[in-house]
Design a protein around this ligand. Structure first.
Ligand SMILES: [Zn+2]
Length: 408
């Protein structure tokens, strides 16, 4: 029976992928016109499933399914409705459509808590360069500075909210003030781990912490033909040696990923030994201590390399975001729910940020990953397997029953 509903979920995601700013590709940024069509389509599905529906002043679509008796706590289930540019059909959207389908399956049965399905307006950070506008609104973490940020055309977040027909002066109304039981987010893994293990669902342990640094090696620029090799102070050669050490450290440290994704040489000419080389460094680990240790090791390694090559090196921290643990009180029933589907329990860390990370500041959170075939994400080939979606629906229902049993 769940196979039919799983197919409905997949069809729904594919249909929503057609609501786009660009013909032939899926691109849907914060409160762009196609978001209205998404709200209309999902909003009517929510209403048919017994939910009362509204769009809050941060542009989040919110549907409430009442509890068996008024006044109880509320369980939030959701994900985001915006996309990266040239996106697939499932990142974010799947978590919202699955949540709506779950409530539709529940109807007309009521639980001792209400359920609110949230389709967040923004998570990817594409339009304004800052992510999580939707979930930040639910925790009340949107100040005037934040709302004043502008997009490429000079429109601010406040303007975008007004352009969509909402009232930015009432944005605080989006904040959750009632008693929250917790937040559950279904999301595709966006990586190859579950697919490699042939495991359909993964229970998230933590969203990893992240350090981002700007690293700059400085030597001396000189002529590429006349300067002898032994006398050079080549900033690119120093950076290259260090980048090898970055990769080696991450490869031998369990759970650590480290990336130099951007490099710039100055003056940046083919016939000039580079005087300066600027590199980005991105380091992630579920343990904040392990992450800090790795960054420190890489700093010392860079200093040693620089000293031997008569270079100087400078590290500037741009972002130091702690890891976010999922709540044991929600992970335990989620594990039981997955086991009840006859599936193996696989715990996994999320290397990417999610709305759950923001809501964790306000309530207990948990996440369930669905396997990403081929590990493909942020790409039109992004996919899910129908059987995995059916298993997620089954696990979702079992999770709700389990929580209802605890609360009864
Ligand atoms: Zn996402």
């Amino acid at each position: 029976m769940l196979a039919r509903h799983a197919q409905e979920v997949i069809d729904g995601c594919r249909l929503l992928a057609g609501f786009s700013e660009e013909p032939g590709r899926t691109t849907r940024t914060f409160l762009s016109p196609p978001m209205r069509d998404v709200h209309t389509y999902l909003g009517s599905w929510m209403k048919r499933s017994g939910m009362s529906v509204q769009v809050d002043n941060a542009g989040n679509l919110r549907g409430v399914y009442p509890a068996s008796s008024p006044g109880g706590p509320r369980l939030f289930i959701g994900s985001h409705l915006d996309t990266v540019s040239d996106a697939g059909a499932f990142d974010g959207v799947l978590g919202v459509v699955l949540a709506v389908a779950l409530v539709a399956l529940l109807q007309p049965r009521r639980l001792p808590f209400s359920i609110e399905v949230v389709g967040f307006s923004e998570e990817e950070g594409v339009r304004f360069g800052v992510p999580f506008i939707g979930s930040r609104a639910l925790t009340g973490a949107l100040d005037d500075d934040f709302l004043g940020r502008v997009d490429a055309s000079g429109r601010s977040i406040t303007d975008a909210i007004r352009d969509f027909g909402l009232d930015p002066s009432c944005i605080l109304n989006a904040r959750i003030d009632d008693e929250a039981l917790g937040y559950l987010e279904f999301h595709i893994e966006q990586g190859p781990v579950l697919d490699g293990l042939a495991v359909p669902l993964g229970i998230v342990d933590a969203i990893v912490g992240l350090s981002r640094l700007a690293v700059s090696f400085t030597g001396s620029a000189n002529h590429a033909g006349t300067m002898p090799m032994h006398a050079r102070r080549d900033a690119v050669a120093g950076a290259a040696e260090w980048i090898g050490a970055v990769e080696a450290l991450a490869r031998r440290t369990p759970g650590l990923v480290a990336t130099v994704g951007r490099l710039r040489a100055r003056p940046g000419a083919a016939n000039v030994v580079a005087g300066v080389c600027e590199a980005s460094l991105d380091v992630r680990h579920a343990s904040d201590h392990a992450r800090a240790t790795a960054v420190e090791t890489l700093r010392l390694t860079a200093q040693q390399i620089a000293a031997r090559r008569e270079l100087s090196v400078r590290f500037d921290t741009q972002l130091d975001q702690p890891s976010v643990a999922m709540s044991a009180a929600l992970v335990a029933p989620l594990e039981r729910a997955v086991a009840a589907q006859g599936l193996p329990i696989h715990r996994i860390d999320s290397g990417a940020g999610h709305d759950a990370m923001i809501l964790a500041g306000r309530m207990p959170v948990a996440m369930l990953f669905l396997r990403s075939p081929g590990g493909i994400s942020h790409h039109p080939d992004e996919a899910v397997i129908e059987g995995d979606v059916a298993a997620a629906l089954g696990a979702g229902l079992a999770f709700l029953d389990d929580l209802a049993g605890i609360r009864a």
